[in-house]
Ligand binder design. Structure first.
Ligand SMILES: [Zn+2]
Length: 334
């Protein structure tokens, strides 16, 4: 790997590379942007370039230092990620202790806080002073796809570096080169991924299509008066989805479908739809739902997705969503 292998966000890459080589790289950075646009990769590149044994402010990917960073075992490069739903205060106490040590074997210690928006408030508060005056031999990189969920006090102490989504053309050209999907599926993959290369590369299109069918039938059931038995048939398999991420995946698909229904009702151009290939079916289903019901249902889905990090009762939240969409009021638990 080399700087030139970094895909997308070339201005950000060049800025970071240049700042490092000019010795002007701020010690506290906030990498913000949707998931799958290279934030973690660039943090990784910077860690290597700051510590490579052969090259100054660049990396060879061959020396002991580069190899250790690649394997995640370099003593001067550490990543902190959520332990469960959150990044805990003990993790940040560890960072605060470590940050003032001189590098053990490299030139600069690098601390990456992945999914920084999951810092517990007390953990974020503990970090404030360190972010304000980190030693020059340390670099802190906060990485997040949800910068607004970070306390303002934390954001204001970091230099924000904004990463942008890939354009549809960029995405399509990368996917074409890697021949992961048949050419005919590329437009759909591009629309589902919304500019996230990570999402596009990891997408299981068959799984997406199956989940989409299932969610579409759930929405269709809500166009009529939904019986309790029907609701149970929909929510039970979804709420009990055991495989990690399966529930989030399906609710994400559901979200895309609802967004499409809203766009159709607003008379948006069809090419704005994620599921453009289902345009006529969506239009037919949407004609049996009111705009208000869909908006209402999206609101309860938002509530559900925000609650996923906490111990939200998924079955109850899903029932609530379904009843909102089917226009039954008063029946759903709140
Ligand atoms: Zn190297």
């Amino acid at each position: 790997m080399a700087w030139s292998d970094f895909l997308g966000n070339a201005p950000v890459r060049d800025l970071m590379r240049q700042s490092l080589s000019d010795g002007r790289l701020p010690s506290s950075l906030l990498f913000a942007g949707i998931a799958g646009v290279g934030k973690g990769t660039l943090a990784h590149f910077l860690s290597k370039a700051a510590n490579c044994q052969k090259l100054q402010n660049d990396f060879c990917d061959e020396c002991g230092s580069c190899r250790k960073i690649e394997q995640g075992v370099h003593p001067d490069v550490r990543t902190y990620a959520p332990d469960g739903a959150f990044i805990k205060i003990d993790q940040m106490r560890d960072l605060i202790r470590e940050v003032f040590f001189k590098p053990f074997e490299g030139r600069r210690r690098v601390f990456v806080i992945d999914q920084a928006h999951r810092l517990r408030l007390e953990a974020a508060n503990a970090l404030l002073k360190t972010l304000e005056e980190p030693p020059e031999t340390s670099l802190l990189i906060l990485v997040t796809d949800s910068p607004n969920d970070l306390p303002g006090t934390l954001r204001s102490r970091c230099q924000r570096i904004q990463f942008y989504p890939f354009s549809p053309a960029e995405l399509e050209s990368i996917l074409q080169q890697r021949s992961i999907y048949p050419t005919r599926d590329l437009p759909l993959v591009g629309r589902i991924s919304r500019g996230s290369l990570g999402k596009a590369l990891n997408l299981d299109l068959q799984q997406y299509r199956e989940a989409r069918r299932e969610m579409l039938e759930a929405i269709r059931a809500c166009t009529g008066a939904l019986s309790y038995r029907q609701a149970l048939q929909i929510t039970e398999p979804l709420a009990s989805a055991r495989q990690k991420g399966q529930f989030e995946f399906k609710t994400g698909v559901l979200y895309d479908l609802l967004r499409d229904l809203l766009l159709i009702q607003q008379g948006a151009p069809p090419e704005n739809l994620t599921n453009l290939d289902l345009h006529s079916e969506l239009a037919e289903i949407g004609s049996a739902l009111t705009f208000e019901r869909i908006v209402d249902a999206v609101g309860s889905l938002d509530h559900l997705m925000k609650g996923l990090g906490r111990n939200l009762n998924k079955s109850l939240a899903l029932d609530r969503f379904l009843f909102r969409l089917s226009g039954v009021s008063g029946t759903a638990p709140t």
